[in-house]
Write a protein that binds this ligand. Structure first.
Ligand code: PMT
Length: 406
């Protein structure tokens, strides 16, 4: 995927071990036809050689705020104005905090405060630093302001810990950068996305639910917003931050999700249903907590379940010009099951995922999906980040389903 045009990108490198991967990113951006200038914090130069970055980018590398070499002009402002995109990679907890609070005490943070270009950040740090409430708040505030994020990924960390905090791979950062630079191809479109699992109460403290985290649907909503759509996200309970530029409606039950979807439907020309909606709910919801003491010691409890409405089927039926895309969580015979589901639900495209795999589907950062088309065509994608899956999905919706439609 390329924007096909040469664009001006500043790669701002901060002091983390993942900086050793930045030469690969700089080379990738150069190969994609872009001009790249690197700016380093003083700490970053301990992890990656400025000379290597200079050689690969073919442009001078800067790390000093007050650089006598840039006499006569204000170097950091020049760099900030020159950039059509600033990529901060790796982004340490420290730089995220300084960005969040508008601190400009070195070249990188000063140019970040001065630039009017979009900013893409690839965080990399220890898992506990990433999960610290201070970092969470800083990241949420930055997202809110429109700063885009790629990663971090989960895995083995340089510090010896396992968990979320590994910088996204250079190829994923490159792809995210291309997405940031692309023209807003969905501008003027209303998009409705559902995400997460529904929660069906049994009594005042217990419920039936599933393992959906919302990550897939949130990524679909975020990507649509990046492409300029006006996005509404109807979400089951999820701790995920709302993607920048997305309007979010929180719901709990399938019935609440149906109400919200039907209410928002008139403004949507595309609906993507990534939510894991409970097919059944308890017929009776007890107002008080059910007590085992109220039953004989050997007596079990039978819950009677009733069917929930199938929202996807309902909105596919009279969709007119509206594009409707469903997801399908399958555990075996994925493609065959998805084909049957597509025929039954009648949507324009079904994105099938094998949720029996440990590395894809529910509550992980990656997914392996197969696009199943009504004509019988099937496209299997490799394991990708959910953001990449969302990009692939919107590419197809735009080319094959929206082509020519207003
Ligand atoms: O949220 P994550 O942790 O990131 O996990 C992502 C995911 C695995 C939940 C997601 O990729 C996914 O597969 N979502 C659909 C899950 C699902 O409910 O599949 P299904 O086969 O039961 O339903 C098929 C389609 O019908 C879905 O679009 C679903 O939203 C819709 N549906 C289902 C039941 C119902 N009563 N109403 C519906 O609209």
């Amino acid at each position: 995927m390329g924007t096909s045009e040469q664009r001006r990108i500043v790669v701002a490198v901060t002091g983390g071990i993942a900086a050793y991967k930045i030469p690969e990113l700089v080379r990738g951006l150069g190969r994609a036809g872009h001009r790249v200038r690197c700016a380093l914090t003083p700490e970053a130069a301990h992890f990656v050689s400025p000379l290597v970055l200079q050689t690969l980018s073919g442009e001078p590398v800067r790390s000093q705020l007050l650089d006598p070499g840039e006499e006569g002009s204000i170097g950091h402002i020049d760099l900030a104005d020159w950039a059509e995109l600033v990529v901060v990679a790796p982004a340490t907890a420290n730089v995220l905090a300084r960005m969040c609070h508008g601190i400009a005490d070195d070249l990188v943070t000063t140019l970040l405060l001065a630039t009017r270009a979009p900013v893409l950040v690839a965080p990399a740090m220890n898992v506990n630093m990433w999960n610290h409430p201070a970092t969470r708040d800083n990241v949420a505030a930055l997202r809110e302001r429109g700063v885009r994020m790629v990663g971090p990924e989960t895995g083995e960390l340089a510090c010896g810990w396992e968990g979320e905090g590994r910088m996204a791979e250079p190829a994923a950062i490159l792809e995210a950068a291309e997405r940031c630079l692309r023209a807003p191809s969905l501008r003027g479109r209303g998009v409705l996305v559902t995400a997460g699992g529904t929660v069906e109460p049994i009594d005042s403290v217990r419920s039936l639910t599933n393992r959906s985290s919302g990550k897939m649907g949130f990524a679909v909503a975020a990507e649509a917003a990046l492409r300029g759509a006006s996005v509404t996200l109807v979400a089951g309970p999820s701790h995920l931050p709302t993607p920048a530029g997305v309007r979010r409606i929180d719901v709990e039950t399938a019935l609440e999700m149906r109400d919200a979807v039907l209410r928002e439907l008139p403004d949507a020309s595309v609906v993507v249903k990534a939510a894991a909606v409970a097919d059944f709910r308890p017929r009776v919801v007890h107002e008080r907590k059910l007590k085992k003491e109220d039953l004989a010691p050997d007596q079990g409890l039978t819950l009677e379940l009733v069917r929930n409405p199938d929202i996807l089927e309902e909105i596919s039926r009279d969709r007119g010009d509206r594009v409707v895309v469903g997801f399908a969580a399958e555990t075996h015979d994925v493609v065959e099951a998805a084909r049957r589901k597509l025929a039954r639900k009648g949507c324009d495209l079904l994105v099938a995922n094998d949720v029996s795999r440990g590395d894809a589907g529910f509550d992980v950062d990656e997914n392996a999906v197969t696009f199943v088309w009504p004509g019988g065509e099937v496209e299997e994608l490799p394991l990708l980040s959910k953001a990449q899956v969302a990009g692939q999905l919107w590419d197809r919706i735009e080319k094959r389903l929206l082509g020519g439609r207003e």
